[in-house]
Every structure is written in structure tokens, then in C-alpha cells.
Design a protein around this ligand. Structure first.
Ligand code: ZN
Ligand code: ZN
Length: 211
């Protein structure tokens, strides 16, 4: 187990991801991990998505080794049945039983599943991959999403609160609407913007030197 020389399958490292890729013959896994992780579109995988991807390939390979036939989507579904919190323990036990009947050592296979932290370490330490910092537009987009969600939450909580007070006769109001507006004032020129406008236009008018 201490042999660290590269073998024919091209294991790149001795971490759990490398060992698992080696054991199950997961060809091209490292390339997949790096490209899915560093993808700059919405399709980009989080390390959680990547761990799931690795584990599904492990499961797929175990099914292959046992000579099982499976349809499109069946590996993903089996993985979900084995691991998801949304699945009842009865269903999980049933799934394990079926796999074991088909000659798969589920305990063993699950022991080879990797965590998102392990994948992250493999990417950054073993493969020396790094995420490019997001573009300005991506950062604005993410901020918009984050603040939009916060605004919706504030509106929902406000509505609930007014509703409750009204129902217990502490507050009198007719039908009502809640509108949450967050504004930002530039102290240089005292101009006020809604946060949405400010993000959309990318700064205060007074700061734009060139156009
Ligand atoms: Zn590694
Ligand atoms: Zn200004």
C-alpha cells in the first residue's frame, strides 16, 4: 500500500479521490473535475456537485463490475436512494438489499464515496487547480440575487408580522401591500439610488470620469 510509483492507469495522487479513481478505473476523472469546477457558465459544479459526480461514477463502475444492466438515469437514482436525506430509511434499506442481492458490497462502495471537502483538497492540492476570480458582471449578478432574496424575505416577514398583529386585533389595517426598497446615498453628491438602480448602472453619476 506504500507503492507510490505511477501505474499504468495513471493515478496522479495518493489521496482518497486518486485511490478511488484508480480502484474503479475512472478514466478521465481528473479532467472532468477540473473542467466542471472551473467552468465559467451557470453550469459550473460546486464541490458538492463534484463529489456527487465522483460517487455516481464509483457506483456506476460497481454496477458494471457486477454485470448489471441499468437504464439512463438509474445510477443517479440509485445514488439518491442510497444517500439522500429525503429518502425514507425503509426505501434505503430496500435499495441496499437489492444491490446486495445483485452481488454488490454496498458497505464497501459507500465507504469509497468521497466528501466535497476531499474533492476540494484533491482539486487544489493534488491537481493544483484554482478558480479564477469571478468577472465583474458575475459578481454584480450574484449580488443582485443575494439582495433580491433578502428583500423578498424582509417583505414576507413584514407581511406575516402585520398579518398576525391584525388577526389579534393589535393593529387595524385594510388589505395591505408590503414594498421593500433599499436605497443607497452617495455622500459625495447626495444622490440617492435604489440598490437595484445602483447595481444596474454600476456606480454613482458623480464618479464617472470617462464615458
Ligand atoms: Zn488527490
Ligand atoms: Zn455621487
Amino acid at each position: 500500500m506504500t507503492d507510490t510509483t505511477l501505474d499504468a492507469s495513471g493515478a496522479t495522487c495518493g489521496c482518497k479521490v486518486g485511490r478511488v479513481a484508480d480502484r474503479y478505473g475512472l478514466v478521465g476523472l481528473d479532467d472532468e473535475l477540473v473542467s466542471y469546477w472551473t467552468d465559467r457558465t451557470d453550469e459550473r459544479y460546486s464541490t458538492r456537485d463534484l463529489a456527487e459526480h465522483v460517487n455516481q461514477r464509483v457506483l456506476e463502475s460497481a454496477l458494471d463490475d457486477a454485470g448489471l444492466q441499468y437504464k439512463d438515469g438509474e445510477v443517479e437514482n440509485t445514488y439518491r436512494l442510497l444517500t439522500s436525506d429525503d429518502v425514507s430509511s425503509g426505501t434505503r434499506v430496500q435499495t441496499r438489499k437489492e444491490l446486495e442481492r445483485d452481488g454488490i458490497d454496498v458497505e464497501d462502495v459507500q465507504g469509497d464515496f468521497v466528501s466535497h471537502q476531499t474533492v476540494y483538497n484533491h482539486l487544489t492540492n493534488c491537481l493544483e487547480a484554482s478558480l479564477e476570480s469571478p468577472s465583474d458582471e458575475e459578481r454584480l449578478e450574484r449580488s443582485r440575487d443575494k439582495l433580491g432574496a433578502l428583500r423578498n424575505r424582509t417583505a414576507a416577514v413584514t407581511e406575516d408580522t402585520v398579518d398576525q398583529l391584525q388577526r389579534s386585533d393589535v393593529l387595524d389595517i385594510g388589505e395591505f401591500n408590503v414594498l421593500v426598497t433599499v436605497s443607497v446615498t452617495c455622500e459625495d453628491c447626495k444622490q440617492q439610488y435604489t440598490i437595484r438602480d445602483l447595481l444596474d448602472q454600476g456606480g454613482c453619476d458623480c464618479q464617472s470620469t470617462t464615458e
